[in-house]
Design a protein around this ligand. Structure first.
Ligand code: B1M
Length: 209
């Protein structure tokens, strides 16, 4: 089994303690950070499918998520500092009622590497908290809202509408996450949508330029 396959298997098995070492070994073997990240994302897809099929449960999903987060920590320096431009501050969070943070953190990492300062509000962020962060932080040019649950799409809509009706200007709103589509994004009044972390960074720059 190659190191990258080992990373994939151990993330799926939720072996968080083994992951930092394995990810480092996979990098040392010459695998790109991007390919290791892709392998871990695939593991989470498998975990999700097994959850849907009733083959594993919330604790196992949580362990796999912890394992992936450990791996992302090792990969983060490999994505950092690719841009010399400064596009202002991006306030990012997962919308109210939603605890999923891996995708949001990947998006944050990629937007940061594109040249934004990041204010990461975490998960289960209320519309009021997003708004407060726009008011309290300097030079907010972008608000990024992530959501993974179909049940939290109303919270995403409320967040976008709260921001857009606040009277505050100078920032754009980008939304994303598995249940979000370009059509949904447009229908709730967001300025932009991206299907994955890489394209979120590209879209972010496009929106604020
Ligand atoms: Co949950 N969960 N979960 N879960 N979980 C999903 C999302 C699910 C699809 C699993 C399934 O049923 N197959 C399902 C949602 C179904 C639906 O709504 N349609 C689900 C469910 C049902 C639940 C619970 C309700 C389960 C329960 O309690 N019965 C519960 C809800 C808790 C809550 O939030 N209130 C729950 C809980 C959890 C854990 C806490 C155990 C854990 C999360 C831990 C954590 O994040 N720290 C967890 C996990 C791990 C998953 C799966 C397995 C993996 C999610 C993940 O990290 N993916 C997931 C199944 C799946 O994704 N296939 C599942 C990897 C990540 C890189 O991808 O987050 O999609 P993703 O991000 C991508 C894109 O979506 C996009 O870019 C990212 C990277 O390219 N993107 C953006 C994300 N945000 C973006 C923002 C942007 C742009 C792009 O612009 C701002």
């Amino acid at each position: 089994m190659s190191k990258i396959e080992e990373v994939k298997a151990k993330v799926e098995a939720g072996k968080a303690k083994l992951i930092p070492g394995l990810v480092q070994e996979a990098l040392d073997e010459g695998n790109s950070a991007q390919s290791i990240l892709q392998a871990m994302v695939e593991s989470m897809g498998i975990v999700g499918d097994k959850f849907s099929a009733g083959e594993l449960f919330v604790p196992e999903m949580l362990m796999a998520a912890k394992a992936m987060s450990k791996g992302v920590e090792i990969l983060k320096p490999h994505f950092a500092g690719q841009s010399t431009s400064s596009y202002g501050t991006c306030v990012i969070g997962t919308v109210a009622g939603d605890l999923h943070d891996i995708g949001k953190n990947l998006v944050s990492m990629m937007i940061e590497s594109a040249g934004f300062d990041i204010v990461n509000l975490g998960v289960d962020v209320s519309p009021a908290k997003f708004l407060e962060a726009v008011k309290e932080n300097k030079n907010v040019t972008l608000v990024a809202c992530s959501g993974l649950l179909t049940t939290t799409m109303p919270a995403m809509k409320e967040t976008v509408q709260t921001l857009k009706s606040s009277g505050l200007t100078g920032f754009k709103v980008i939304v994303g996450g598995a249940p979000v589509t370009a059509e949904l994004a447009a229908s709730i009044g967001a300025d932009g949508f991206a299907p994955d972390a890489g394209s979120a960074a590209v879209k972010a720059v496009e929106l604020v330029k």
